[in-house]
Structure formats: structure tokens, C-alpha cells
Design a protein. Structure first.
Length: 170
């Protein structure tokens, strides 16, 4: 926004996660006065660090949402002057531990739009087959169905994702 420009429109952004903060910065850049409302004691949503007593260490939570290929995150970082502040591994990889049996594995998706990593047993979740990942295809590429219908169909076995929140909260 140009220096000295006057904010005439007002908006409220509910939630100071990455999406809310990004929306707020876009609105401000367009001359809208923004109030961000956040229920938690800190901004960042799922992207935050916290001490986990059970593991006796600091956990960086939500970093799986901020991969180097996430263009929206990169644009947000550029808007706030923090493009070079985000560091991470050169390639996406996620270490897992099954707390029940102690088994460890590394999930290693590939770069690009075609998820060929599901074809390699060493890059996917142990015990899974490529066919287990077929529902992912509904989130990619052109389709005649709107995204919301695809997402709802994928999520259906896990419960309603579009139900209104109860008046007293969750």
C-alpha cells in the first residue's frame, strides 16, 4: 500500500494460522484495515514449536505444511520480508516412529506433480500398496466435479467435515 494511503474498508480475519495471516497481509496490501482474531495464545496455527513432556523435547509441529514447493507459503514469506528466513532439508522427507512396535520409516515424496513415489516400496508407508494411494488422484488434475465434493468424498469415512460447529465450541 502506498505511504499515506487511507484505509477505508474493514475486515476481520478469524484465525492467525498461516492462511489467516496470509489473508490479512493480502487485504492490508489492498488498503483494507484488518483485525485478526486468534483463540490460541500465539499466532501460527499448526505451525509452532512446543515442549512435549512425554518425549522430553521440543517438537516442531506443522512443518509438514510448509514445504519448499508450497507457492502460497513462499508468496506469504515474500510479502512479510521473510523469504530467506525459512530453512529446511533440500528434499521433502518425513521420519515416522510407530510407538506401538518401535518400527521406524521415512516417507519420501518426490518433487513435481506426478506422485511416482507411491510406486516405490522404500518411499511409502510400510505395508501399503500403490493402490492404497489412489484416492489422492482426486485432489490433482482437472475434473468435472468441484474440489469440495472430491474432498468430502475422500473424507467421508472419517466423519463429517462440513458440519457446523456447536454454539458452545468444540
Amino acid at each position: 500500500m502506498a505511504r499515506g494511503a487511507r484505509l477505508t474498508e474493514k475486515a476481520f480475519v478469524v484465525g492467525a494460522g498461516l492462511a489467516g495471516l496470509s489473508a490479512a497481509t493480502i487485504l492490508v496490501s489492498r488498503g483494507v484495515a484488518v483485525t485478526v482474531i486468534e483463540a490460541a495464545g500465539q499466532a501460527g496455527g499448526r505451525c509452532r514449536s512446543y515442549f512435549d513432556a512425554a518425549m522430553d523435547g521440543v517438537i516442531d509441529n506443522g512443518n509438514h505444511l510448509v514445504l519448499s514447493g508450497n507457492r502460497a507459503v513462499q508468496a506469504y514469506l515474500a510479502r512479510i520480508g521473510a523469504r530467506d528466513a525459512l530453512t529446511g532439508p533440500p528434499r521433502a522427507q518425513f521420519a515416522f516412529v510407530d510407538l506401538h512396535d518401535g518400527k521406524r520409516w521415512m516417507l519420501r515424496p518426490n518433487e513435481g506433480g506426478i506422485p511416482y513415489w507411491v510406486l516405490r516400496e522404500t518411499r511409502r508407508v510400510p505395508g501399503t500398496k500403490p493402490s492404497d494411494y489412489l484416492n489422492m488422484r482426486l485432489c490433482y488434475g482437472p475434473t468435472k466435479r468441484p474440489l469440495s465434493a472430491r474432498v468430502l468424498r475422500i473424507a467421508a469415512p472419517y466423519g463429517a467435515v462440513d458440519a457446523p460447529l456447536p454454539a458452545g465450541g468444540v
